[in-house]
Write a protein that binds this ligand. Sequence first.
Ligand code: COI
Length: 349
Amino acid sequence: MNIDIQQIEQSKIDSVDFDNLNFGRTFSDHMFVCDFIDGQWTNPQILPYGPLLFEPSARVFHYGQAVFEGMKAFKDDNDDIFLFRPDENFNRINVSAERLAMPPVPEKVFFEGLEKLLNLDKDWIKKGLGNSLYIRPFIIASEGAIAASPAEAYKFIIICSPAQSYYAGEVRVLFSEKYSRAADGGVGSAKAAGNYAAQFYPTSLAHKEGYQQIIWTDANTHQYLEEAGTMNIFFRVGNKLITTPTNDRILDGVTRKSIIQLAEDNNIDIEIRKVSVAEIKEAARLGELKEIFGSGTAAVINPIKGFKHQDDVFELPNIDDSYASLFKEKLLNIQYNKSEDKHNWRVKI
Ligand code: COI
């Protein structure tokens, strides 16, 4: 693929405080952009990161025809750069695109664009556990036309943002009683932009009550726990790990499936089944609920310190042998090339 590369004249990297990053606020020097016009992906370019010009009628603004991915690049002590299970993200963006009636991005466009971009901006990937370059590939409907139907023109774009942790401080959650994230037959399993926008209002209500996130319950009964806003969700009752199966309401998280594999590798008893609000509250009352944690690319693994449902408030115990810490350490060691990678999840750039 012939990528037209326009390099920046002067990198802005020296103006960035890499020890004090706010997630998703700082972007690397370049971005990859490719157009879909007349039924074909064309005009792949690497440009200085910056504003793009769109007609106000671009369909993405009106109908939210947009899907995205979240990936990370890591640097090891020898300055080698790795991605973590990038094929999963490539496959998923195209599953999401299909659900939103958008054209799939070819493998060549996705991976050659990504590799060229990372090679140009490799200094933005800092060494050290916890440092990474968060990669945001996305597809948007760029055609200017406001009939409510799929666009004929799209842009596939990749931008990169140096990252440390996603959540600062302790996370407590509300179990949803009223609002829903996704419904049967909807777009919950797609990484569709609108899935996230629709959570902002209920989540802002949760913030007012002192909770950082909502654990979404099933839209029909609100009796089963499904997913956190930006994470899949795991429960530890006794020594058993439980997580919900993926379906058309729940995102098929890459970190989620990696944790399930690591649990199996480490002989941790894991059940993939529906998890009811009632059983988790009962386990908490009996002192058997040892952990809840969320998993996602941005957040990695995030322990949840407490939760509220109706008028019942629970705090989770501090424990020494936490599964969240165990899985986080194992994942990071694989991602930063510090341990064996028996499933070949690491991909060197
Ligand atoms: C990710 O973990 O990559 C996500 O997609 C979460 C994002 C909404 C910040």
